[in-house]
Design a protein around this ligand. Structure first.
Ligand code: 13P
Length: 263
């Protein structure tokens, strides 16, 4: 059975003090839950990963380093190992902070920073080369949804950006389906719409890599997911948790989502 993941993408929010306060609050809530819960229930919690801004990675990682309840990742990386790329951050640098994950191809990167599938392939290579777990994001715009091309758009993003990986390597990747029209808008995909796309993605994985490999890969939903709608969204057979933006900035809201992903 695939273990669910709940990931919090803080985007470009919070001061350092606020980031540490949120991290510590989450740690207290999770530890409290684990103390109250039967040991069987502790193992039912999903994997939790936080994606703070780069400059907070080390400090946020330090909050969780001893209890291991939460992993930390970066929101982006540069594709090169090192070099004259002023202002950029390499996967090796991310790894050296203790972070274990990285988001690749978030729609905000695709839209505002013109990241295309060819560049994202290079970033993936850089991240995998450092042993980071990439969360590869895909998702259609409102226009694509309304013109009924949404499945083709997501298919293209996966085929061009991801499906050049071999069968062994693809298993270390997590996919996040984030319909652009649902991000930060309060408009959530219905549970049926989410499941339909996740099933489509798993079918593509199965055609390319075989049934067994496809069954091992986690596919997260993102887009206005909150403590109220998470349980319904996560109930989809092919929905393996969520990538959360706004609702990950409040500890109790985020823990509500984490609880909805208990197996
Ligand atoms: P919201 O949860 O704020 O809609 O953001 C989703 C997202 O972009 C996570 O990466």
């Amino acid at each position: 059975m695939r273990k669910k993941i709940v990931a919090g993408n803080w985007k470009m929010n919070l001061s350092l003090d606020e980031a540490l306060a949120l991290s510590n609050e989450l740690k207290v809530i999770i530890n409290h839950h684990n103390k109250q819960a039967h040991s069987r229930d502790v193992s039912r919690l999903p994997e939790v990963v936080l994606f703070p801004p780069y400059v907070y990675l080390t400090k946020v990682h330090d909050v969780f380093v001893h209890d291991g309840s939460i992993s930390v990742g970066a929101q982006n990386c540069h594709h090169a190992d090192k070099g004259a790329f002023t202002g950029e951050v390499a996967a090796s640098m991310i790894r050296s902070t203790g972070a274990t994950h990285v988001l690749i191809g978030h729609s905000e990167r695709r839209t505002y920073f013109n990241e295309d599938d060819a560049l994202l392939s290079q970033k993936l290579k850089g991240a995998l080369g450092q042993g980071l777990v990439p969360i590869y994001c895909c998702g259609e715009s409102l226009e694509d949804r309304e013109s009924n091309t949404f499945k083709q758009i997501v298919t293209d993003q996966l085929v061009k950006g991801l499906f050049w990986l071999d069968k062994d390597t693809i298993k270390s990747v997590v996919i996040a389906y984030e319909p652009v029209w649902a991000i930060g808008t309060g408009l959530t995909a219905t549970a049926e719409q989410a499941q339909e796309m996740h099933q489509h993605i798993r079918q593509l994985l199965s055609e390319k890599y075989g049934h067994d490999t496809a069954e091992q890969i986690r596919i997260l939903y993102g887009g206005s997911c909150n403590a109220k709608n998470a349980a319904e969204l996560f109930a989809g057979k092919d929905v393996d948790g969520g990538l959360i933006g706004g609702a990950s900035l409040k500890a109790h809201d985020f823990f509500g989502i984490i609880s909805s992903a208990c197996s």
